[in-house]
Write a protein that binds this ligand. Structure first.
Ligand code: PLP
Length: 368
């Protein structure tokens, strides 16, 4: 990715900086961006934070705060995702339960998710990978039926849809990233979205040191001020968290970049289809479910497991100045990553044959 800041972005930031009395830490522009983002996504509330990983982390902290049944301590995650999806689960004291992906959308396999659900399952944390929709009616209905929270990571899929509704509007909470390489950018940044007022207010508290006043709910604040009479009313820290706030410059980028998001996404989809049409189906996997997808990258899966071919392919991309990431972004298949070695002891690797590419026969047979 390069050159994704427009002249208009720069002008908007310059205009912001012209005002000598301006507050540059989180203030009015952040609020304006949150409102505009909510309107674009069609959710009630959004909380702007300093990265997509922070959005992931706060979302799982939110689950910890609202979870009344402490025996529910498992969260289902995909094996192929970004590292912060797993770490936010671990760092909040939950157990990540891994599920393999589908080749059709690089998202969790619904049948496998349903198999892993038990009475300890608190939530399913789905990743809509690389712009593909990972949802289906079976998953949504079963989770509703079983009262299991759905959290959507949409950090790679801004504008993608399931059934004419944008991804990020189905779960109790959803996350977006505005890192430089994504569909739109705020330099660094992330968003936590929800239709639930309580979740929204808590997300603002958790974004900012756990401070009660951040919720801007006077009734709630008064109640806590009365409860903790010996504390300074302005500085009641309710939960253990850190500072995940963003700032006015990033929000100004966000407000301006959002104006072009839909238009740019149309170009992305056109390009994606053009690349897909030109891939040789004998050599590469092309059977993606592109319904509602909005991709910011182009996945290339070789049909044969041949490391020499892969290395040759990577060399060609490199030589032609085409940016690429092996095995998806974020480390791809998390089960291969050293940070998990002492945390998760996997007994049955066969369960993850798609993420791990371990079944040669399977890869020989995916010609259809
Ligand atoms: C699926 C997914 N989740 C979370 C993140 C983390 O976002 P950030 O880089 O803004 O921390 C990323 C980053 O690219 C991502 O792809």
């Amino acid at each position: 990715m390069n050159n994704n800041y427009t002249k208009q972005d720069m002008t908007a930031v310059r205009n912001l900086l012209k005002n000598r009395n301006i507050v540059l830490t989180q203030s009015k522009k952040v609020e304006e961006f949150e409102k505009k983002w909510s309107k674009w996504l069609k959710v009630k509330y959004s909380t702007f934070v300093n990265s997509g990983s922070s959005a992931n982390y706060i979302s799982i902290s939110l689950l910890k705060v609202i979870n009344k049944n402490k025996t529910k301590n498992e969260i289902i995650v995909p094996s192929l995702t970004w590292v912060s999806d797993v770490n936010s689960v671990i760092m909040n004291g939950f157990k990540p339960v891994f599920v393999d992906i589908n080749l059709s959308n690089l998202s969790m396999n619904t049948k496998e998710v349903l198999k892993k659900i038990n009475n300890k399952t608190l939530a399913v944390f789905i990743t809509h990978a690389q712009g593909f929709n990972g949802l289906n009616d079976e998953l949504i209905n079963k989770l509703k039926q079983k009262k299991i929270h759905l959290i959507e990571d949409v950090c790679e899929s801004h504008g993608a849809k399931f059934k004419n509704k944008k991804l990020g509007t189905y779960g109790l909470i959803s996350n977006f990233s505005f890192y430089y390489a994504h569909h739109m950018t705020t330099i660094e940044g992330g968003m936590i979205c929800t239709n639930n007022k309580k979740i929204y207010e808590l997300s603002k508290i958790l974004r900012s040191h756990g401070m009660v006043r951040e919720a801007k709910n006077k009734k709630y604040e008064k109640k806590l001020i009365n409860k903790y009479k010996d504390l300074s009313p302005q500085f009641i820290f309710l939960y253990s968290t850190l500072n995940f706030r963003n700032n006015e410059i990033a929000a100004t980028f966000g407000i301006n970049q959002l104006k072009n998001l839909d238009k740019n996404n149309q170009f992305r989809t056109k390009n994606f289809l053009l690349f897909l049409k030109n891939l040789d189906p004998k050599k590469y996997w092309i059977n993606y479910d592109i319904h509602g997808s909005c991709n910011y990258a182009f996945p290339i899966i070789l049909k044969t497991k041949n490391l020499k071919k892969r290395d040759f392919f990577e060399k060609q991309l490199f030589k032609n100045n085409i940016e690429f990431r092996r095995g998806n972004a974020g480390g791809g298949n998390q089960l291969r990553q050293p940070y998990l070695k002492d945390i998760i002891k996997l007994k049955n690797f066969k369960e993850f044959k798609i993420s791990l590419c371990i079944n040669k026969k399977f890869f020989r047979n995916i010609s259809s």
